[in-house]
Design a protein around this ligand. Structure first.
Ligand SMILES: [Zn+2]
Length: 325
């Protein structure tokens, strides 16, 4: 598995992204069968999936974060919450200097509470930073993947984490997960007494239930939900696919370019709308916000299960027609 992004400066220049995606992982124990880099690998996998589906600038991960609750286990390394805050602040300032003012933080470690404060502060003057996946995104992903455990009971090195790695990086999963289930109970003082107070092995969850198929379904669900975060940031959420030369195309826009203007007018309920689409405007910058928002809300991959670039295009256009006209 390739953890780091391999884009060149020229790629980014061509793409002209408006949103950056920053994976935040950790370096902490994950039982005897998952590596210390588990959260980093998972954050990178999720961020890569998003970057493959949407026009965002994929950043390399932060690989050490706030894992103090795991300090009693060998190998775990942490930085303070204030350092993590400062690093993200610096990254945002650097991105802004290069014209990228929106950021999605893809967090792979639940102990990074400070990230919520980063988001809380960053958005005071308007949407700028989103934290992904949120609890609701994880719940939907668990449901979509048919996971048997819930988010509280399956907290660490369990069904969800093992499933994602079995799908995306099976070489990182060692033998032993099939008989490592551990119910950590209510855990009210986890942050005071540490993870070790609730588990001897370091596991809190049900890795025996994990499968690569569940991991794949989890990522599919998250890819759909990511669109909500882009929209919340005031950005267009239409997926993009690169061609063989690495050029990014927007399937809806490409399709529209092949349609005659008058035909587009009939199909999409007005030349204004077609014109808006051909300019790929985000709803918030449109002079006809409610009409365009309605359209953009319809054109979303999360409502088209199992989309691919071509099937997604036609499904989206079909849905758009029935919704808008
Ligand atoms: Zn983890």
């Amino acid at each position: 598995m390739q953890l780091l992004p391999t884009a060149t400066s020229t790629d980014v220049q061509k793409q002209q992204p408006r949103v950056a995606v920053l994976p935040v992982g950790s370096f902490e124990q994950h039982g005897k069968y998952l590596p210390l880099i588990t959260d980093t690998a998972i954050a990178c996998v999720i961020a890569q999936e998003m970057a493959a589906a949407y026009p965002v600038h994929l950043l390399p991960p932060i690989t050490i974060s706030c894992s103090h609750e795991h300090a009693a286990f060998p190998g775990t390394v942490s930085i303070s919450a204030r350092t993590l805050y400062a690093v993200i602040d610096d990254i945002r300032a650097s991105l802004a200097r290069s014209g990228i003012h929106k950021l999605v933080i893809v967090n792979g470690h639940g102990g990074n509470y400070v990230l919520s404060n980063v988001v809380q502060e960053a958005n005071v003057d308007g949407p700028a930073v989103s934290l992904f996946p949120l609890g609701l995104d994880w719940d939907r992903a668990r449901e979509h993947g048919g996971l048997a455990s819930d988010r509280h009971a399956d907290m660490h090195a369990g069904e969800v984490e093992t499933s994602i790695l079995l799908h995306a990086a099976p070489e990182l999963v060692r033998e032993g997960y099939a008989d490592a289930d551990h119910d950590g109970g209510a855990r009210p003082f986890l942050l005071m007494h540490g993870t070790g107070n609730y588990t001897e092995s370091g596991v809190i969850g049900f890795p025996s239930l994990a499968s690569a198929g569940k991991g794949k379904a989890i990522l599919e669900s998250l890819t759909g939900d990511f669109a909500e975060h882009l929209r919340a940031l005031g950005e267009a959420a239409v997926p993009t696919t690169p061609d063989a030369d690495g050029h990014i195309h927007n399937p809806v826009i490409d399709r529209l370019r092949t349609v005659d203007r008058s035909q587009a007018s009939r199909r999409f309920g007005g030349t204004v709308l077609a014109w808006q689409l051909s300019r790929c405007s985000a709803p918030t910058t449109s002079p006809f916000p409610s009409l365009c928002r309605r359209l953009w809300n319809t054109v979303r991959c999360s409502r088209v299960p199992g989309w691919s670039s071509s099937s997604w295009t036609f499904s989206a256009i079909r849905q758009t027609r029935t919704s808008v006209i």
